[in-house]
Design a protein around this ligand. Structure first.
Ligand code: BGP
Length: 500
């Protein structure tokens, strides 16, 4: 194995809604994730609501690519009827453990730590005129702790957390007012954390607007029209953040960089039928549309044609298309856990598939949630995204969910995770050393155990560090190092050459 570049940013990734807790502490307002219940594999999470005039309560089920339905007058909120468990209300307490957790990351040799700022901790209702100082102070303390160890934070501004005030009073990102609220929030962070934070991502998995628009942008109306406008509004909001950072850099001599974040996976055809090739091509377009706009700076023709066919009309203000062209992102980051295989043919589809037309790939093995491990996925992803945009890349999520077992002596033997990482790091090395892709860094998802976004479970664990907490929020929150902790530390120390 050849060495990774000297300045390669090794680390781990988290998100406030799954990790932080303190959901109503320190002046924080509620956000979309705080009204999401726990669930299980193939059992949808629920988003709870109340109709204030009548007191009626209920929920909308949330499933991948399936529209959610809310009744007229419903306001999304967590309910204290005792009927529901909301995992974000406990998560795994980064809020109370940040010093301990950052020390563990430093012990592994992290050069970077991807985390998210909870928007509603800074602007509790989303549309407030002044930020919440206590929230700003919390993150400042976190960033100072990172700095102590020479860990460079990579900060997502919106990771599946839209303040509920924006959802209930504005309809979420389908409303153009959210552009300005996000711009204000982004500017507040850029200015306040200058000198502490150099790298930002605007919207986590921005294509979630297409697949899970409630999580992606707080949409209750999930019509095609609302999703298209929601995406446009996020593109503009993101470009305004890039503009703000560039202007700040010019004035202050800083070098803040703003990236986009895409959920990406290579797609394979299950058969060599032309029909399946077109299926994969269209499925890729559905994903790459988001990076074409954010990294390419233009609306691709295939999307404009689709909007025309569907009768979707975007509200675009004067100068917005020019803004997208002038302020594309500085780098492209993405999550990639494996690949998907698609077919139109009538075959046995295996288990756990998230998309229509998806099928288990007979060449790959999958975890208990049906997520296939693909030793080629990172190289393929890097190749596609780099040749298309020619911007530096950053792999900000990759990892494997497993129901780890804590032994009586406090050890966790996660050799399956080490195997997974070995294959994926090798694939990344090929992207750099065979294909010449400029890759800035790698942050393994869920480096300290946290709640699953898809199912709200704790038992779908990803971390190098085990956290004693179960699916219903019972546990001591004590941290235990897994075998992969020591493996990752050794691998980083060898600059990626020691994968044994
Ligand atoms: C990505 C999200 C993360 C994360 C990860 C793993 O889509 O950005 O928030 O949770 O997927 O998914 P899950 O938690 O459902 O296993």
């Amino acid at each position: 194995m050849k060495e990774f570049p000297k300045d390669f940013l090794w680390g781990g990734a988290t998100a406030a809604n799954q990790y932080e807790v303190g959901w109503n502490l320190g002046g924080k307002g509620p956000s979309t994730s705080d009204a999401m219940t726990n669930a299980a594999h193939m059992v949808p999470r629920k988003v709870t609501w109340m109709i204030p005039e009548t007191g009626e309560t209920g929920y909308a089920e949330m499933a991948f690519t399936v529209d959610m339905v809310f009744p007229e007058g419903a306001k999304v909120m967590p309910l204290d009827t005792g009927e529901y468990y909301y995992p974000s209300h406990k998560a795994t307490d980064f809020y109370g453990h940040y010093k301990e957790d950052i020390a563990l990351m430093a012990e592994m040799g992290f050069k970077t730590f991807r985390m998210s700022i909870n928007w509603a901790r800074i602007y509790p209702n989303g549309d407030d005129l002044e930020p919440n100082e206590e929230g700003l102070q919390f993150y400042e303390n976190v960033f100072k702790e990172c700095k102590k160890y020479g860990i460079e934070p990579l900060v997502t501004l919106s990771h599946y957390e839209t303040p509920l005030g924006l959802v209930n009073n504005y309809g979420g990102f389908k409303n153009r007012a959210c552009i300005g609220f996000f711009e204000r929030y982004a500017k507040t962070c850029i200015e306040r954390f200058a000198g502490l934070v150099k790298y930002y991502l605007t919207f986590n998995e921005i294509n979630a607007m297409d697949m899970m628009p409630y999580m992606g942008g707080g949409l209750m109306d999930q019509s095609e029209q609302a999703k298209a406008q929601g995406a446009h509004n996020q593109f503009v909001a993101s470009s305004l953040a890039v503009k703000a950072a560039h202007e700040y850099n010019e004035k202050n001599g800083t070098d803040i960089m703003i990236g986009m974040m895409l959920a990406y996976q290579p797609m394979y055809t299950y058969t060599c039928s032309p029909e399946d090739q077109i299926l994969v091509m269209e499925s890729q377009q559905r994903t790459l549309f988001f990076s074409d706009v954010q990294a390419g700076g233009y609306y691709p023709e295939y999307k404009l044609k689709e909007y025309e066919r569907k009768g979707i009309e975007l509200e675009i203000a004067d100068g917005e298309l020019e803004l997208l062209a002038k302020y594309p992102v500085d780098f492209v980051s993405f999550s990639c856990y494996g690949s998907s295989t698609l077919t139109k043919q009538n075959v046995d589809r295996g288990f756990g598939n998230m998309f229509a037309d998806q099928v288990q790939n007979p060449y790959l093995s999958a975890n208990a949630w049906g997520w296939a491990t693909d030793p080629a996925c990172l190289r393929l992803a890097c190749q596609t995204l780099y040749t298309r945009y020619r911007k530096p890349l950053w792999i900000v999520e990759n990892g494997i969910g497993w129901s780890d077992v804590l032994e009586a002596d406090g050890t966790v033997h996660d050799d399956y995770r080490i195997d997974y990482l070995r294959q994926n790091i090798k694939s990344m090395n090929d992207a750099i050393n065979i294909d010449g892709v400029p890759l800035m860094g790698y942050t393994m998802w869920g480096c300290i155990d946290l709640v699953s976004a898809g199912t709200g479970e704790m038992k779908k664990r990803y971390g190098f560090v085990y956290v004693d907490m179960d699916d219903l929020g019972n546990g001591t929150l004590k941290r235990y190092k897994k075998d992969s902790f020591y493996w990752y530390k050794k691998m980083i120390a060898s600059q990626g050459t020691d994968l044994d």
